[in-house]
Design a binder for this molecule. Structure first.
Ligand SMILES: [Zn+2]
Length: 452
């Protein structure tokens, strides 16, 4: 702690977080001291009077109730803000048909900034309510509307990486840009985001996917990303037809990953959505660049894209986190992404050799928190409750049904252990379990108040 405890917030209660991939660390009672948005002290396994650990001074105490615990905020590495109105639509189609039928027609509507404003405000509100403290958002090709998204993220206090989509070919003939305009508007968008003057909101270079961009455009974007050390996000190897089409569009490149590699788009600040059909050779190139994969199991199931083998990515040293991928994914919650990751991995195990071990719940919890932070190279500032990191946290309530204000059917209180409560969150939880959401120490969403 720095000097006095005046104006600092102290949480007193159970704490869970990930310090490694295989294990969830739990403390039955801990004190977490937050000053100016940062964690300045953590006292583990507290007994006795709080003052014995904190000394005298003024501080605001937040005592957790029975059934509650602190958990790091969730990181959503891949989602499409403009597609939220289509959530749950066209799930019976394969990727390329779904794009033409549902996605491109909706995204074209974002030419209207007023429409964008209405949707984006609610997108950020809903992802915060779901516990997503850090989100990587795709916008549309429209610069001004995507700036509205960045403004909403900034205003509501989320940590956000926001990208104006680039696409100059293989669209529906209407939803497409000229290369020159695409680059000019991307530069303007970066300027717009810098004018927000908010370190929590960053621009992301966002070629939609290889098919929708010419090699010239990809290379220009690669140069731009290098010039400002900007984040990059795109899709890779999501669907077999898409992989085949990519080969046709880029016949000079030996594989999908190489299309991005020769464009300078594989860096240690790049997030690739999906990565289902990557060969070992491609995975090794991706790992060597420090590039990460966003595993989006819900989307991969509904669009029948395939099953991403997270264990194989890990064995090739590729960093992995989770994405909800709205609107190809049907649920915007990372709790659902954890559950879906477990389900697809278990289903994969039925058809794999005995050597294949399905993902475990500590592993998907890691993917949702510290894994996502590592994928973004932000593990020094977010991902768990180590001293010095920003306080991005969720106050989880596993007994929300028993709160008088929730008007829900109640169950008899049972003395579950802390790790059992974590299981309840992962296997059967949803937004109702998230009582409060903090980003950088600021309360940004609460069950009892509406977002600003
Ligand atoms: Zn996507």
């Amino acid at each position: 702690m720095t000097g006095t405890l005046e104006n600092c917030l102290v949480f007193d209660g159970p704490l869970v977080h990930s310090c490694s991939r295989n294990q969830i660390t739990t403390h039955e009672r801990a004190l977490v001291v937050v000053e100016n948005g940062k964690i300045t002290k953590v006292v583990e396994n507290v007994t006795g009077d709080v003052k014995e650990h904190l000394g005298s001074g003024k501080y605001q105490m937040k005592k957790l109730e029975k059934g509650q615990f602190l958990c790091p905020g969730f990181v959503d590495l891949h989602t499409h803000a403009p597609q939220f109105p289509n959530q749950g639509l066209g799930m019976d189609m394969p990727l390329l048909d779904w794009l033409q039928t549902y996605t491109f027609p909706l995204e074209m509507k974002y030419e209207d900034e007023g429409f964008a404003e209405k949707v984006y405000k609610n997108v950020v509100k809903s992802t915060l309510k779901s516990g997503t403290t850090t989100a990587c958002y795709f916008g549309t090709i429209h610069r001004k509307s995507t700036t509205r998204l960045a403004q909403a993220v900034s205003r509501m206090g989320q940590r956000g990486l926001v990208g104006k989509v680039n696409m100059n070919q293989n669209s529906n003939g209407k939803y497409v840009e000229k290369t020159e305009d695409s680059m000019k508007e991307t530069l303007n968008f970066i300027q717009d985001v810098s004018e927000l003057n908010n370190p929590l909101v960053e621009p992301v270079i966002t070629p939609r996917f290889a098919i929708s961009c010419s090699m010239d455009l990809l290379k220009e974007l690669g140069k731009l990303a290098a010039s400002g050390n900007y984040y990059i996000q795109t899709h890779i190897s999501e669907n077999k037809a898409e992989v085949e089409f990519t080969k046709e569009v880029f016949p000079d490149q030996p594989n999908y990953a190489e299309v991005y590699n020769v464009s300078g788009l594989l860096t240690n600040k790049t997030i690739l959505g999906h990565g289902i059909y990557l060969s070992d050779e491609e995975q090794k190139v991706i790992a060597s660049k420090g590039t990460a994969v966003a595993h989006c199991p819900n989307s991969n199931t509904w669009l029948k894209s395939g099953i991403c083998d997270v264990r194989k990515l890990w064995s090739n040293n590729v960093k992995v986190g989770l994405g909800t991928d709205i609107g190809a994914g049907s649920v915007s919650s990372i709790i659902d992404a954890m559950r879906s990751a477990l389900a697809v991995s278990i289903n994969k195990s039925f058809y794999s050799s005995e050597d294949y071990k399905p993902l475990t719940y500590p592993e998907v919890f890691f993917l949702a928190t510290l894994g996502g932070a590592e994928a973004l190279n932000k593990q020094e500032s977010i991902g768990n409750f180590m001293v010095g990191k920003d306080f991005d946290a969720l106050l989880i309530d596993t007994e929300w049904q028993n709160r008088p204000d929730m008007n829900a059917p109640t169950f008899t209180m049972t003395d579950h252990s802390l790790i059992e409560r974590v299981q309840k969150l992962i296997y059967s939880g949803d937004d109702r379990n998230i009582a409060e959401v903090y980003v950088c120490g600021r309360l940004v969403s609460s069950r009892n108040i509406s977002s600003k």
